[in-house]
Design a protein around this ligand. Sequence first.
Ligand code: GMT
Length: 375
Amino acid sequence: MKLKIGIVCYPSVGGSGVVATELGKLLAEKGHEIHFISSSMPFRLNKIYGNIYYHEVSVNQYSVFQYPPYDLALANKIAAVAKREQLDVLHAHYAVPHAVCAVLARQMVGGKLKIVTTLHGTDITILGYDPSLSDMIKFGIEQSDVVTAVSNALVRQTYELLDVQKPIQTVYNFVDERVYCRKDVSYLKKEYGIGENEKVIIHVSNFRKVKRVPDVVRAFSLIRKQLPAKLLLVGDGPEMPVVCRLVRELGLQEDVHFLGKQDKLDELYSISDVMLLLSEKESFGLVLLEAMACGVPCIGTTIGGIPEVIEDGETGFLCELGNVEEIAEKAMRILTDPHLHMYMAKQAVQTVYKKFHSREIVEQYEDIYVSLAKR
Ligand code: GMT
């Protein structure tokens, strides 16, 4: 059954936008017609597809409004696209504002639009604590036809925090295995001035406080004292000044590369030996999956959905939040034992294929859409 599917997402760099865009692309490859509705072109929509359409939400600035009415413009756009294109389903990534705007749009088109909402994390783990938004988030969830979350941990947190009655189904994130696989790009090490015998540790995030990037630097500092290594910090965000200062204080300027936002992450993972994601909140940790697909063992905290992605002792290690000694010790185990490294690298790739295969995840979403379209 070929469907017309609307996808509403945040287009900028960030896991939820990446997952939404990759999902749209794979659904289009399976013959569905995809309509992205967003404030700008999703950044991963980097190729032309005959059956992918993009509808931009533009907000006019009127002097009578103190704030531009983005949510209303989005609801209006969803309604217009749903009506004109006869969408079978609308998939909202994030409860606020997207699911709520979808509910409003459904009313505008006469109540027929089917809504799937995917919770990605921040909408629950941060905004869910905000009393000015929590009732609205709950409303968006309860009014959706089907709700999914990207990990079991996020499902549990949503029930605990918002006291919702709606069933929430876990659908894990995925990566495009054709893109995320280990490449022979060893020349890149030379380009970054990294010696043959130096180990490479990588961290990728948006440098928000919850990502605890200073812990990454502190753990690296302990590793660096024991063997020659470089740290690749990929991404940018509000914590960057704090991180730069810490790198200077620890005298690590020569050994830490600040790469900023990067597109070819698969190539950076391909020269990396260990990935660190030491967050205090993380519903899934898409970058872990990306790294694992490229054969990189991962070390993460026992937080949120991370233990569902990293299998402790198999595809990497789990560590207590903030325990940089433990993190460095576990990283050293991987970096100094080639057999363990090889075993974990292999297990990491296998886990991506067994537990998070894009084909199966996309099918799970398709089953949801089809059952709704038939209702
Ligand atoms: O991690 C972020 O700050 C970005 C955020 C987003 O909205 O893209 O990521 C969330 O969604 C990703 C995709 O499902 C997950 O992999 C991230 O774990 C999740 N972030 C948090 O829970 C903090």
